[in-house]
Design a protein around this ligand. Structure first.
Ligand SMILES: Cc1cc2nc3c(=O)[nH]c(=O)nc-3n(C[C@H](O)[C@H](O)[C@H](O)COP(=O)(O)OP(=O)(O)OC[C@H]3O[C@@H](n4cnc5c(N)ncnc54)[C@H](O)[C@@H]3O)c2cc1C
Length: 547
């Protein structure tokens, strides 16, 4: 069968150039809460958590911030696509971690990029790269800037002649759709909503929904091995990538479009997770699918997290592969309004474009029942339908979370997340150790706080636990508090055999623990690969490997 490819026309007016992004946190400047709304939210959060200040602090306006002078100026030929103004440099100085938000909120920009380039096509990207390399600059690829691990920050680039951050967001098109193989060729800078909007015109979807979906990009997902909403089977973007194209300092690196291949070390897998250190990803062929028509979801209560974990283990080994299988501990269910704090909650869901999923749900609920699970309602849906209140509350909280983090900073609540994966047989002891170590450090450093856990993804051989910390922050001392908590969490995870990250990437923040996790011969091979494609060591210095 011959594939009929549709070349997709450029979207007119698809890029919102008029709305300014907030330079210090999540979202657009024009969608920020009013002072009254902020005070109301602050009071609500303080009442619910039992700490934080009902009197929100205000961010330092950019007009009061003084950034260092840019060390580089773009050549005339690139001036139209380059910026050196304070707003663009501040906007691209950090990712979106708690630490990033705190520093930007306080007007602290220690090492902003000197130049922010926004190429409109691959030729402009190549010209930018050539200039930056010849000028002796460090180059930081930038998608949505939603990194939570210091992936886009120019820390440690002082020995370079300057830093050029390349923002990929003008490369935002779905270029081709192959409806026979169900694949699409998409430019790296397309954000979640933009690529879904364009695929939607073909009745197709990628269905990769990280919580940062609104602003993160396909290139960022591939560079960081992002995790989407599928709890099983297609957990990472890796599973959806057919081939990748990147520009490296020594030329283009493009893998073949193949459904699978056993030909040696995979050229696309090597770019997936390269975090901007091997090349700038420009586009990828990804596996797409029709939109789901049949859906079923149910909230299942368990007496405690351990009982829920046993049920999830059985589910993950049953061959049922639910699309959603998020086990949330009692405290997190309470904080998100999905429970009353007396039980753990499993948000279970199935979806399909082809067949009814009722039987799968019935079998899955039987498995849950065998492990003490209880449920009262069960939502069955065609393309749209009712959501159970608990499932709805959880989903709402999930979508609100990125905005809420900015409020936390303003009211003195330290919020941090860390995530990992571990095999089932080690999970109970691992979890106990992590909870005990981090809780102790929270007491010492913050005087208390909460540590909650949920499973974001599950595999037949183990879960991916995701921990959320909320604790009282001392205004002005948040960065020291954060560093102590981060160290305790990362040490606990690595000491007990987990991975330093299941889907948040390594960046600069996880480097010390990543260096402990990876085998030394692998580090030597990665270093050699980096030197081969990036002889000057210009691409995202400090991330993953030193040249
Ligand atoms: C509130 C919130 C929720 C989140 N939820 C999730 C989640 O559910 N799942 C998840 O996996 N992650 C999540 N993250 C983390 C983050 O969104 C992901 O790491 C995401 O993949 C980053 O995409 P981005 O486009 O924003 O990349 P950026 O933050 O811009 O960059 C991330 C890294 O990728 C590199 N990079 C970016 N684009 C390219 C490119 N075209 N070529 C080469 N390198 C590139 C950068 O240099 C950097 O090292 C969340 C973050 C936040 C703030």
């Amino acid at each position: 069968m011959t594939a009929t490819r549709h070349t997709v026309p450029a979207l007119v007016g698809s890029v919102s150039v008029s709305r300014a992004l907030k330079h210090w946190g999540w979202g657009y400047e024009d969608e920020q809460p009013s002072p009254e709304e902020l005070r109301g939210a602050a009071q609500f959060i303080c009442d619910r958590l039992g700490f934080g200040s009902p009197d929100p602090e205000q961010p330092v306006p950019l007009s009061e911030v003084s950034l260092s002078e840019p060390r580089l100026r773009p050549p005339p030929a690139l001036q139209a696509i380059c910026a050196t103004d304070d707003y663009q440099r501040a906007l691209h100085a950090y990712g979106s971690s708690y630490r990033d938000v705190v520093r930007a909120f306080r007007g602290r920009f220690d090492h902003p990029p000197d130049v922010v380039a926004r190429p409109g096509d691959e030729a402009e990207l190549e010209a930018t790269l050539d200039w930056a390399l010849s000028a002796g600059a460090a180059v930081i690829p930038f998608g949505g800037g939603t990194s939570v691990v210091g992936g886009v920050e120019a820390a440690g680039c002082e020995s370079y002649a300057g830093v050029v951050t390349i923002d990929l967001k003008a490369l935002d098109r779905v270029l081709e759709v192959d409806p026979v193989s169900l694949s699409a060729r998409i430019q790296a800078g397309a954000t979640g909503p933009l690529l879904e909007e364009q695929l939607g015109e073909h009745g197709l979807t990628l269905r990769h929904f990280p919580q940062s979906f609104q602003f993160s990009t396909l290139g960022g997902w591939i560079a960081t091995r992002a995790g989407g909403h599928f709890a099983t089977l297609y957990t990472h973007i890796d599973d959806l990538v057919e081939s990748v194209r990147a520009l490296t300092p020594i030329g283009a690196w493009e893998s073949r479009r193949l459904p699978g291949s056993g030909a040696g070390v995979s050229p696309d897998r090597m770019l997936i997770g390269s975090e901007g250190t091997l090349g700038v990803i420009t586009e990828a062929w990804v596996r797409v699918r029709p939109r789901p028509v049949y859906r079923a979801s149910a909230p299942v209560r368990f007496a405690d997290f351990a009982a829920g974990a046993e049920a999830v283990r059985a589910l993950s080994q049953s061959g049922l592969y639910p699309a959603n299988c998020r086990l949330i501990d009692a405290r997190e269910a309470e904080v998100t309004g999905a429970g009353d704090g007396s039980h753990a909650l499993l948000v279970l869901g199935f979806e399909s474009a082809h067949h009814d999923v009722e039987r799968s749900m019935t079998t899955a609920l039987e498995v849950c029942g065998d492990h003490g699970g209880m449920w009262e309602t069960r939502g069955t849906r065609g393309t749209r339908g009712d959501r159970d209140a608990a499932v709805g509350s959880w989903r709402e909280a999930f979508l609100r979370a990125p905005y809420l983090r900015d409020v936390f900073v303003a009211i003195g609540v330290l919020s941090e997340t860390f995530e990992t994966a571990i095999t089932w047989e080690r999970f109970p002891a691992f979890h106990e150790h992590v909870v005990s170590d981090v809780t102790r450090v929270l007491r010492e450093v913050c005087g208390g706080g909460s540590l909650t856990c949920r499973f974001t993804h599950v595999y037949p051989d183990g879960p991916a636990p995701y921990y959320t910390i909320l604790a009282p922050a001392r205004r002005g001392a948040e960065l020291e508090q954060w560093a102590a908590v981060k160290r305790a969490a990362a040490d606990a995870v690595i000491d007990r055999g987990g991975t330093i990250t299941h889907h948040h990437a390594v960046g600069r923040d996880h480097r010390p623990w990543y260096d402990r996790q990876r085998p030394e011969p692998f580090a030597t091979a990665l270093r050699a690969a980096k030197r081969a494609v990036d002889p000057g060591g210009a691409l995202n210095p400090g991330v993953l490997i030193d040249p």
